[in-house]
Structure formats: structure tokens, C-alpha cells
Design a protein around this ligand. Sequence first.
Ligand code: UDP
Ligand code: MG
Length: 318
Amino acid sequence: MKNQLSTSPEITVLIPACNEGEVIERALETVTRILETVTSEWEIIVIDDGSRDDTYERVSLYAQTESRVKGVSFSRNFGKEAALLAGLKFSRGRAVIAIDADLQHPPELIPEMISKWRDGAKVVHAVKRNRKTDSMGKRLAALTVNQIISRMGGINIHNSSDFKLLDRQIVDILAFQLPERERFFRGLSSWIGFREEFIDFDVSSRMENECKWSFWSLVELSITALTSFTTLPLRIVTFLGLLTLLLGFAVASDALWSSFNGEAVSGFATIIITLLLIGSFIMISLGIIGEYIAKIYEEIKARPPYLVKSTVGTCDKK
Ligand code: UDP
Ligand code: MG
């Protein structure tokens, strides 16, 4: 292990890319230029997440002239979380920086991240100062999900992004010691503890591409995030049950009281409303429980989170 570390580069930059053919070269050039100002011991790994354009061809071509640039290509689109995981597994650097291919994460921050790491930080998070480029809905969703996870999971991911630097120790934990398949990188890198540092940045606007997160993929990510960090929704089910029980007692005593006094309980409407309310409570509760069962099912199947089709550069097969 020691031997391997002594030959490993100081920094690995990890770029998940899906249909980024138009911008990938610019990203590689910019990141390279900035890395060179800090160290010459670096590598860049592009994880091609099942692009349908020429992203991987462009990376392969680039790698022919710059051997420190490497590429890993998935057999299909497995999602950004899988791409990040693969990148961590393939990386050899003593610190790993994850950054988006569309340069919405300003690479100019890289030197500052590295200097914080050299000063002893184990994780350096880049935190979004504004989300002006995101739509209103996305901002609201992010706020809600981040708030819930931060409160319930006891971790702080408010406005955090996937733009992070991780020390080798953290990379090894995230990539090899956490067996879960469905991941939420942002949450996990905070959950592990260790010394964290934060840097603010402004999100710049991006060029549109086809792999953009759809509404449903964001909903999915939020559900993964919630179910992997908190079981609070299950408690809410119990709480709802208790609430209906109390309500039930109140209504039942009222009904009994009236019937003892010879007054028939009036109300078809009351019955229908109660029935519908309880019915929906039950359905929602089943849904919540179902989400956790689905999660268990996904984990128990133990399918690999991604499949590698080919690699370019000197990446070990993992
Ligand atoms: N990405 C990926 N797989 C996907 C979707 C996105 O690898 O299925 C990559 C994408 O190429 C980019 C990064 O993840 O480098 C962030 O994606 P995007 O810019 O679409 O997300 P946003 O900026 O809206 O968070
Ligand atoms: Mg982006």
C-alpha cells in the first residue's frame, strides 16, 4: 500500500460526464492549466456515464497527448452518483477533487481547496453562495430536502454541492468501506465526520445538455437522500396512527354519548370524510413504508452500481 501511495499522484481530479462532448475539452484544458499552477503530480479521470455523443472519443484522443488524463466508460447511463463512486475507486491521488464537466463549479477554487487540504483539512466542501441559475422549483426542492436531511441526519449539507476535495483516507472509506449501493455523495462525505472546511462559490450558468436532471430524477435523488439518512418518515407514520387513534376516541365517545341520550348520530358526511381521511393516511403510510422496503430490496439484490465498458490511460480495472 505504501509503495503504491509513494508512486501515486498528489491530486486526482474526477469529472463525471454525460453527453459533455461540447465542453469536455475546454474542461480538461482549464483544469489542467489550473492544476499545473499547484503541482505537476496530478491525474484527471473522466467518468463517461453512458454518453450518446462523442465525449469518450474526445477524452481518449486527449489522453493520447496527455497521459495524466484518463477515461472510464460505463456500458450505459448509471447516473452521477455511480460515476462519482467509480471515480473514487479508480483514483490514485492522495487527494481527490470531484468537479462537474460543465464548469459550473469554478476550477479556480482548486488551488484554495488544495491549500486547505495541505493545511490539514480532510474534506473541503465548496458551498453554493447563490442558486440563481436553478429554477424556482429546483431551489425550493433543494432547500426542503437539504433542510430535512440536515435536521434529521444530523449533518450539514445546506447548499452544499458535489464539488469537493477528499483526502485519500476519506476516499478509501467512501469507496471501499461503505457497502451501500444507492448513494448520496453529498450527504455521505459530511456524515463520515473528520475535519471539514468550507469555501463559498457562485454557480455560473451552464450550457444545456441532454443528460440534465429531469424532475423525476431529482425526486428520486431526494428520496434516496431521505431514506438513506433518516428513518423519521417511519416515525411520522406511527405519529399519524396515534393522532387518528386520539381523534377516533373523541369521535367515538361523542357518538356513544349521543346514542345513550337517544339522539341518533347524524351524518353520512362525517362517515365519508372520516373514511377518506383514514384511507389516505393508510395509503400514504404504506407508500412511506414501501419506499424503505424498495430501498432494502435494491440493496439486497446487490447488483453492481455501474458496469465499466472500457478504460483509457493506466486505470486499474476495478
Ligand atoms: N452527469 C452524469 N450522469 C448523469 C447526469 C449528469 O455523469 O446522469 C454529470 C454531468 O455530465 C455533469 C455533472 O454530472 O458533469 C452535473 O450534471 P448537470 O450539470 O446536468 O447537473 P446540475 O448542474 O444541474 O447539478
Ligand atoms: Mg451543471
